[in-house]
Design a binder for this molecule. Structure first.
Ligand SMILES: Nc1ncnc2c1ncn2[C@@H]1O[C@H](COP(=O)(O)OP(=O)(O)OP(=O)(O)O)[C@@H](O)[C@H]1O
Length: 225
């Protein structure tokens, strides 16, 4: 795929501990195109989270490479890798990961704060991101005043506010009921339709079915489709 944005080349990650070793990700090759919505599926412990962490530069491979627009992430100096994570990618987690003492608005502003955006611009962009997930009117609420689905929408707004090229989401519907999960799936689909690449790890069959492509992991290996 010529316009691949995220790719892996014989990507492997070994964990050691307690006298045993596990290849959580083993010899994975893949290419993900710009704007694609890709779902990694597979049973618990099959390596989905580890793979997401490698592709997003949160973790470094034991061997092989995770590439972003053809650039091997493990060859980037730490400072550039941090900058890449702050500007080019967004993260959504199963348990939302919001700061409990900050309002929805302040949570969404946080990534902009970190990259030095002025407060006026932060406010504008956070309001826009919250409105895009239907939460404009709830901007001043703190996470505990919001439902699970609303908290997940805040975390999606936070992931999007920097205008990333890729959003990684690890079990984004894992803690939500079916109806609420549906609204999150719809938002992820819309984000990808608007051109942002979305890469999820999930057990949720509806989310997997909504993806452009499902890739199944099994014992660290990517099964052939
Ligand atoms: N930091 C770590 N240290 C040691 N082993 C690890 C570590 N992280 C993951 N593993 C092991 O690697 C394998 C893959 O784990 P991973 O969390 O990637 O699977 P998963 O498919 O995301 O599972 P789940 O669906 O339960 O989240 C498992 O055997 C796990 O125990």
């Amino acid at each position: 795929m010529s316009d691949s944005i995220v790719s892996a080349s014989t990507l492997s990650r070994r964990f050691e501990g307690g006298g045993s070793e596990v290849w959580a990700v083993s010899n994975v090759n893949l290419e993900i195109g710009s704007g694609e919505l890709v779902a990694f599926t597979g049973r618990s412990g099959s390596g989905k989270t580890t793979l997401l962490n490698l592709l997003s530069g949160l973790d470094r491979p034991t061997s092989g490479a995770a590439l972003f627009r053809g650039q091997d992430l493990s060859r980037l100096p730490e400072r550039e890798l941090v900058e890449f994570r702050r500007r080019s990618i967004g993260f959504v987690f199963q348990s939302f990961g919001l700061m409990p003492l900050l309002s929805a608005q302040e949570n969404v502003e946080l990534p902009l704060h970190i990259i030095g955006v002025s407060w006026r611009e932060r406010r504008r962009r956070a309001q826009e991101a919250l409105a895009s997930v239907g939460l404009g009117p709830r901007a001043r609420h703190r996470p505990y005043e919001l439902s699970g689905g609303e908290q997940q929408r805040v975390s999606i707004a936070r992931a999007l506010v920097t205008g990333p090229e890729v959003v990684f989401a690890d079990e984004p519907t894992g803690e939500l009921d079916t109806t609420t999960a549906r609204s999150i799936i719809d938002i992820l689909r819309r984000i990808s339709a608007e051109g942002t690449t979305v890469i999820v790890a999930t057990h949720d069959l509806s989310l997997a079915a909504a993806a452009d492509r499902q890739l199944e992991m099994s014992d660290g290996l990517l099964k052939e489709p």
